[in-house]
Design a protein around this ligand. Structure first.
Ligand code: GP9
Length: 413
């Protein structure tokens, strides 16, 4: 079907050579309902973090004991921020570098997780508690094949935190929808986008609030930790309700972050000191872009940490293996992080416009950034001679070109 595309895309696929019978965790979640929660601004350093003896994410920390936790996965969003993360999660394709992909390609018929699951008779729903026209999602969601979406019209304006109803409202209002499908024996894929941990991270004192030492008072780092703590609390309530309603055993739950919350250019000098105290080293790109990716299969205790380096493009192929969904007829750019730990197609982290991160450098091409350069990933020092990485840069540009070419080849809806 895509024979007109360069053979290279086929070659990328041929790298997936592990015989099916040897694939670890193949099909462990097959046939289960899929719930994917994209948590706003959730950065990986908050997982397991304690401040003054208190856990920032007590619920997630407990959940990890039975989950598959991918601890070394990085955001790959472009100007479409949260909506790009939704796009990448569902497609394993790269987002457009200069504009929200939800604008550029939402008129296309885009292959997606929802469409793959449709072939297995799943109903797909998605929800965003803000206005669906934000980031052109009213076009993106049908392009990705979701059967229905829920937005502010459904969630209302109750208990607003920041840019939308609280996460507790989000989960409590979608729960009856899930129950309805469950009771009708309708298999479903439900993706939710949480909002309460959105910048500027102001959680009302009436909510579940973590008490932080006074040095965090009125710092954005303190507010950020409070908002992540609240998001974690709301997630915990949601999972408890899945358990209480008997749905948990039939669920595979995916939790991941969309992108960073704490951007160095937007935080004060004192915040860097607080962050250093929390994470034990200077706050670098590595910390900024690292998002958690967690998969829990309701009736199974896995409790495994996988530290293969990956990006958001790798999430869909990883889940496809767990659900035993064949990607043989799909074009996708990520790899299953359970079974391909050796970076078969090179580095596993690419940001838009060819910038990348590997275990040595962070690279921002001069062609795209005024302050473009290579930086030591641990110290942020400029590396003036980066000729050794030229091939990596070219390979990444090629991958992104192929992804873009593929998107452009898709039929208009
Ligand atoms: C609103 C939300 C905004 O719909 O997506 O968050 P952002 O994309 O700016 O992080």
């Amino acid at each position: 079907e895509f024979a007109h595309l360069p053979q290279k895309i086929q070659k990328l696929k041929e790298l997936n050579t592990i015989p099916q019978e040897e694939l670890k965790f193949l099909g462990i979640a097959e046939g289960k309902n899929v719930i994917a929660i994209q948590v706003e601004a959730l950065q990986d350093f908050t997982i397991g973090l304690k401040v003054d003896g208190q856990e920032v994410t007590p619920f997630l920390n407990e959940l990890l004991k039975s989950s598959l936790y991918f601890s070394n996965v990085y955001q790959q969003i472009a100007p479409g921020n949260t909506s790009d993360a939704e796009f990448i999660f569902n497609t394993s394709l790269y987002p457009s570098p200069w504009e929200a992909t939800a604008k550029t390609f939402a008129d296309r018929d885009i292959p997606s997780l929802a469409k793959l699951l449709k072939e297995q008779e799943y109903t797909s729903i998605t929800s965003h508690a803000n206005d669906v026209t934000f980031w052109n999602r009213n076009e993106l969601y049908p392009a990705l094949g979701f059967d229905r979406y829920y937005d502010i019209e459904f969630f209302g304006k109750e208990d607003v935190i920041g840019i939308g109803p609280s996460d507790e409202v989000l989960y409590s209002k979608v729960m009856p929808e899930l129950k309805k499908m469950y009771e009708n024996n309708e298999k479903f894929y439900a993706q939710f986008v949480s909002l309460s941990s959105h910048h500027p991270f102001k959680i009302p004192a009436t909510k579940e609030v973590i008490e932080l030492p006074t040095e965090f008072d009125s710092s954005i780092v303190g507010n950020y930790l409070k908002s992540v703590h609240y998001a974690d609390f709301a997630l915990g309530k949601f999972v408890q309700e899945l358990k209480d309603s008997g749905m948990w055993e039939d669920t595979v739950l995916i939790i991941y972050g969309d992108h960073f919350g704490l951007q160095p250019s937007a935080i004060a000098e004192g915040d860097f000191a607080l962050l250093k105290e929390l994470i034990g080293h200077d706050y670098h790109y590595l910390d900024q872009f690292n998002i958690p990716f967690i998969v829990t299969v309701g009736d199974q205790t896995i409790g495994e940490i996988i530290d293969t380096i990956g990006g958001q493009v790798d999430i869909m192929p990883t889940i496809a293996n767990l659900l035993n969904l064949s990607l043989d007829d799909s074009v996708y750019f990520g790899q299953d992080l359970v079974n391909y730990p050796d970076n078969l197609i090179g580095m596993r982290y690419y940001m838009p416009v060819g910038s990348f991160y590997n275990s040595e450098i962070t690279f921002k091409p001069k062609e795209a950034f005024e302050d473009g350069d290579a930086f030591n990933v641990y110290t942020n020092e400029v590396i003036s001679d980066y000729s050794d990485y030229e091939n990596d840069y070219n390979r990444i540009l090629e991958l992104m070109r192929l992804s873009d070419m593929y998107l452009n080849s898709l039929p208009i809806r």
